[in-house]
Design a protein around this ligand. Structure first.
Ligand code: SF4
Length: 248
């Protein structure tokens, strides 16, 4: 469990002022999603989750994939990282240069910021979240994915989601959100709502990509609001309360 000091350190790493609750008054109320307390946002599911055989076969398929032209320029396919039995999945856009070199999504400065964001809500790629991208191979010069590349690669992500069966999906960045939801709506319009993904209607929440936040640190506070919103959705789900679909 993360204590207040740890959480404060992570929020400081995000560049976010820590809100300290005042002593309760007779009129003030604090909604759960605004609480400064951090309880474990999730625990690793006791369910079997990803079948090892299916998971390994899918990984091998991705690493040897030539379905689209991106295979020609990659160092390696980037399958994903984290706990394949996690109750949270984070979905990004595509590997960058460092990810392509190391074979792991979200490394480098953006990856460090993502890790700090996740830690702020009690998540860690080493323990209780799985991280993957829409595309498994790096587009040249970090250009946006092309529709035909997404069409070729998205079935892999769908199969990953089917195997992990997360409670909540967190889409980071406009490209990931738009491709997962099949929309061209702006990130601004997609934030603050619970969307649904796939046949299992998995709740999906949208926030900024950490690389964007490195360039636009003023928006880190909005990202923190998104993370708290996602955490509240998860808590309502695990408490058996249907989420209302909008940020309060
Ligand atoms: S991006 Fe996806 S579909 Fe294209 S080669 Fe890589 S793994 Fe295959």
């Amino acid at each position: 469990m993360m204590d207040r000091a740890q959480r404060a350190a992570y929020l400081e790493a995000l560049g976010i002022d820590v809100w300290v609750p005042r002593a309760p008054s007779s009129t003030a109320t604090v909604r759960p999603t605004e609480s400064a307390d951090v309880t474990p946002a999730c625990a690793i599911s006791a369910s079997p989750g990803a079948s090892d055989g299916h998971w390994d076969a899918l990984r091998a398929e991705v690493l040897g994939c030539t379905r689209c032209g991106l295979h020609a320029g990659r160092t390696q396919g980037v399958f994903g990282v984290g706990n394949p039995r996690a109750e949270w999945m984070v979905i990004g856009e595509a590997p960058g240069a460092e990810e392509d070199r190391r074979g792991e999504p979200f490394v480098g400065r953006a990856g460090q910021l993502l890790d700090a964001m996740l830690r702020a809500i009690g998540l860690s790629r080493a323990e209780n979240v799985y991280i993957a991208n829409v595309l498994k191979s790096r587009p040249p010069n970090n250009r946006d994915p092309r529709p035909e590349e997404v069409a070729a690669c998205l079935p892999y992500l769908r199969r990953q989601i089917d195997l992990v069966r997360p409670r909540v999906l967190l889409a980071v960045g406009r490209i990931a959100a738009q491709n997962l939801l099949g929309t061209d709506e702006s990130l601004t319009r997609l934030r603050g709502r619970v969307h649904r993904f796939g046949e299992l209607n998995t709740p999906l929440v949208v926030t900024y990509h950490p690389a964007y936040l490195l360039r636009n640190p003023a928006d880190k506070r909005k990202a923190w609001e998104d993370l708290k919103f996602a955490r509240s959705v998860f808590r309502q789900l695990t408490a058996g309360v249907p989420e209302d679909g909008h940020r309060s």
